[in-house]
Design a protein around this ligand. Structure first.
Ligand code: RFL
Ligand code: PHB
Length: 389
């Protein structure tokens, strides 16, 4: 077999890249380790920057997002019973859109299927060969049969645990990592949202987040210990704890219900450099991870896809390597800013095991400054809605 681009990973980055390339007549094959249902069963991001919305439009996949997504002009931040709002539209002229990653992925799968796109599921033993030569090829097995695809380029969109990043030799690859001493316990419940906008809550008992998917589907999180398992948290225990971490007024009107999904995610900041090795390009979680506090994971994956897609277009349409040569530096420059924002917002909102009373007073001082200072709010809003690309 052969194709122009082999895309490893059928998550949002891989599918979006494949769909955008197809619009320009550039051929790709997507290799996904899991089944489609498994990929669609992962409950992850909920907040989309305008950059991702524009890419979905360009990919011809934004109709449902426009019809069903919720435009949010701001977000709420609480500490104890104090709460204030960051107005995105006032400070930046740009809102965000609340629309689940599951739905983004579903829309992309629908579009790929409608266009007859090639996606192989349940692939195993993916190996990227000759990425540092002019003739790369990818081998894998599916249903016990080994297959080979010759290609021009490989896009590694296979997430944090994929094979693409590890294909880059140790003496070329540099990794930067920070692991946080807590996790997020998240639940999904078919209840109306406690607030029209997200609430990010700093409380003496730890962080909490009230998010949503639609008028009758909520996504709520609490900071938890890394030793906790979901069996330690009955629904009642979750709701009791969640209510203690958001302002009393909101807690009083919270509608609780049975959870339909419950999971614990560890928090990590991670960047690998460079994001290109020969004819292999890394995109999304394969190259970088942020703690979810700033809602940047899926959105940084989207900016990578934008730079790579435009670089590949330049290569095929204008016979120029300038775009792909600049890919790693351009993507990383934006990534590090999103890493900084996510790290800062995480540090502001969580309880750390070794936090002293001094550290806590500093958090409160910073929250009070943010509540009262227009310039600080503008900086926060600019980062939250997404830096330009
Ligand atoms: P994905 O989604 O991990 O997809 C990678 C795909 O590659 C497949 N794969 C392989 N396929 C073939 N061969 C192999 N060897 C393979 N190894 C892996 C995997 O099965 C998978 O299907 O990476 P991608 O596409 O780069 O997308 C990244 C996003 O999924 C991620 O950044 C976000 O979900 C992060 N995130 C959030 N991002 C936001 O922008 N806003 C948010 O509000 C937000 N909230 C979150 C989040 C992530 C969370 N968790 C659980 C990590 C909230 C949570 C709780
Ligand atoms: C979500 O809805 O899952 C979500 C929203 C905002 C975040 C993280 C997760 O910062």
């Amino acid at each position: 077999m052969n194709t122009q681009i082999v895309i490893i990973g059928g998550g949002p980055s891989g599918l979006l890249l494949s769909q955008l390339l197809d619009k320009r007549g550039i051929d790709s094959i997507v290799l996904e380790r899991k089944t489609k249902d498994y990929v669609l069963g992962r409950i992850r991001a909920g907040v989309l920057e305008q950059g991702l919305v524009r890419l979905m439009e360009e990919a011809g996949c934004a109709d449902r997002l426009h019809a069903e997504g919720f435009t949010h002009d701001g977000t709420l931040i609480s500490f104890g019973d104090e709460m204030f709002r960051i107005d995105f539209t006032k400070h930046t002229g740009t809102p965000v859109v609340v629309y689940g990653q599951t739905e983004v992925t579903r829309d992309l799968y629908d579009a790929r299927e409608a266009a007859g796109g090639k996606i192989e599921f349940n692939v195993k033993d993916v190996v990227i060969n000759g990425a540092d030569t002019d003739a790369p090829f990818v081998t894998y097995t599916v249903a016990g049969e080994t297959r080979k695809i010759d290609c021009d380029f490989v896009a590694g969109c296979d997430g944090f645990h994929g094979v693409s990043r590890k294909t880059i030799p140790d003496d070329v690859r540099r990794e930067y990592e920070k692991v946080y001493p807590f996790g997020w316990l998240g639940i999904l419940s078919e209840t109306p949202p406690v607030s029209h906008e997200l609430i990010y809550a700093n409380s003496p008992r730890g962080f909490a987040l009230a998010s949503m998917r639609n008028d009758n589907l909520c996504r709520y999180y609490i900071q938890c210990s890394l030793d906790d398992t979901i069996d330690d948290w009955s629904d009642d225990a979750f709701w009791d704890e969640f209510k203690k971490r958001i302002p009393a007024q909101q807690a009083a009107r919270l509608i609780t219900g049975q959870s339909i999904e419950k999971s614990i995610a560890p928090l990590r900041s991670f960047v690998t450099e460079p994001m290109r090795w020969g004819r292999l390009f890394l995109c999304g979680d394969a190259a970088h991870i942020v703690p979810p506090t700033g809602a940047k994971g899926l959105n940084t994956a989207a900016s990578d896809v934008h730079y790579l897609y435009n670089g590949l277009r330049d290569y095929y349409e204008n016979n120029s390597s300038d775009g792909i040569d600049a890919y790693s530096a351009k993507a990383l420059s934006r990534i590090w800013k999103a890493e900084r924002f996510s790290w800062w917002f995480s540090a502001l909102m969580h309880r750390y095991p070794d936090q002293t009373e001094f550290d806590q007073r500093i958090q409160v001082a910073e929250l009070e400054f943010l509540r009262s200072n227009d310039a600080a709010q503008k900086a926060m809003a600019e980062n939250y809605v997404g830096l330009p690309y």
